[in-house]
Design a protein around this ligand. Structure first.
Ligand code: SF4
Length: 351
């Protein structure tokens, strides 16, 4: 077991010298820290920077986020994925305005009851914004501690109780913000998943995995199996407008807008799938189809290939709150899954 003071001091000294200069590290504003931490659970630091900057420009306070229509919140989140997190920010902002005058309370017991505040977000906001000594576990911290302790097994939540117990022992009583961020930064910059830079590591003297020479196989590597999904998509055009529909409010990509279509089942051709989907979803038959483009997009667990067709139907679909005919330029205002957003891009800038 490394000694608490020397371990945390070495780590924090390194952080003060080497940490990246990131926009959310220039502030102690709890709202901005909250937004950055939720976004960072989605994707890489570089991908988050423009989203974060756009968000704090559009919604500079909790009140701005609470007052914004969900439509606008989802549009700003478009491309980050896990849209439920954006919806939870919106809900939590409303609660904060209703119960806490739009301020974020410096109390983990209050924070943890806000929509979307799981143990990570609660601990991150409490420690980074308010310096409350509250340990947190994200993917980087989990990997670092598994190596420090030479823990066997996969990097999943099954070892988190042991990791948490260890973090509680080494957590300094002051400077929790620096301590937690230094662990995350160590994981991001040196203690990377593949080829950790142990020779540069400030805590290599405390690292059991390094001492045993097993750091590259801790955590145990997992084989990632990516599923391929083929989807047929139909573009209906009428008088310069395009037809889009809103996804249901529950489930995958809820409340986003997309072109009609659906998954191509086994033994179906893309055109057969398209005709079936139009019949089932919209109750209309397609008179003709013409191949238009292919779009590929990767999610965490699967890759999607969109087979896009220009379609004609003798019956026009009527507009209502979940079905719209929209001009090409105005399609940009609608929050869409990445695949549909790519189709809009290609429609606007044909090759
Ligand atoms: S010595 Fe290597 S494996 Fe251990 S914490 Fe440092 S970078 Fe990670």
């Amino acid at each position: 077991m490394p000694k608490r003071s020397s371990f945390s001091e070495k780590l924090m000294r390194w952080y003060c010298r080497c940490a990246r200069n990131l926009p959310w590290r220039q502030t102690r504003n709890p709202y901005e820290i909250w937004i950055s931490e939720v976004m960072l659970q989605q994707t890489t630091v570089n991908a988050v920077i423009p989203y974060y900057q756009r968000w704090v420009r559009e919604f500079p306070t909790v009140q701005h986020a609470a007052d914004a229509p969900l439509f606008k919140i989802l549009k700003l989140w478009q491309g980050l994925g896990y849209y439920q997190r954006a919806k939870n920010i919106h809900k939590a902002a409303k609660v904060l305005c209703a119960l806490h005058q739009g301020k974020i309370p410096a109390d983990p017991n209050v924070l943890k009851n806000l929509p979307g505040f799981g143990p990570y977000t609660t601990g991150a906001v409490a420690s980074i914004a308010f310096d409350i000594p509250h340990p947190i576990i994200d993917a980087n911290i989990r990997r670092v501690i598994m190596r420090i302790l030479a823990m066997k097994g996969y990097a999943d939540a099954s070892r988190d109780q042991e990791i948490l117990a260890f973090l509680n022992k080494i957590m300094p009583s002051k400077k929790a913000a620096t301590f937690n961020q230094s662990l995350m930064e160590l994981g991001a910059l040196l203690c990377r998943n593949r080829t950790p830079s142990c020779l540069l590591c400030p805590v290599k003297g405390d690292c059991r995995a390094y001492q045993k020479g097993v750091q590259e196989i801790i955590p145990q590597p997992r084989k990632r199996i990516m599923k391929d999904i083929d989807v047929a998509v139909g573009i209906l055009r009428k008088g310069g407008k395009y037809f889009i529909q809103k996804r249901p409010s529950q489930g995958l990509l809820a409340d986003l807008w997309e072109f009609p279509g659906g998954k191509i089942e086994e033994k179906e051709t893309p055109v057969q799938a398209l005709k079936r989907e139009f019949r089932e979803e919209l109750g209309i038959a397609i008179a003709s189809v013409k191949p238009l483009m292919h779009v590929r997009h990767s999610y965490t667990q699967f890759r999607v290939r969109l087979h896009v067709f220009l379609c004609q139907s003798q019956i026009s679909v009527q507009e209502d709150s979940a079905h719209k005919w929209v001009r090409l330029f105005d399609l940009l205002k609608y929050p869409m899954p990445s695949g549909s957003a790519r189709i809009v891009e290609k429609l606007q800038h044909p090759a």
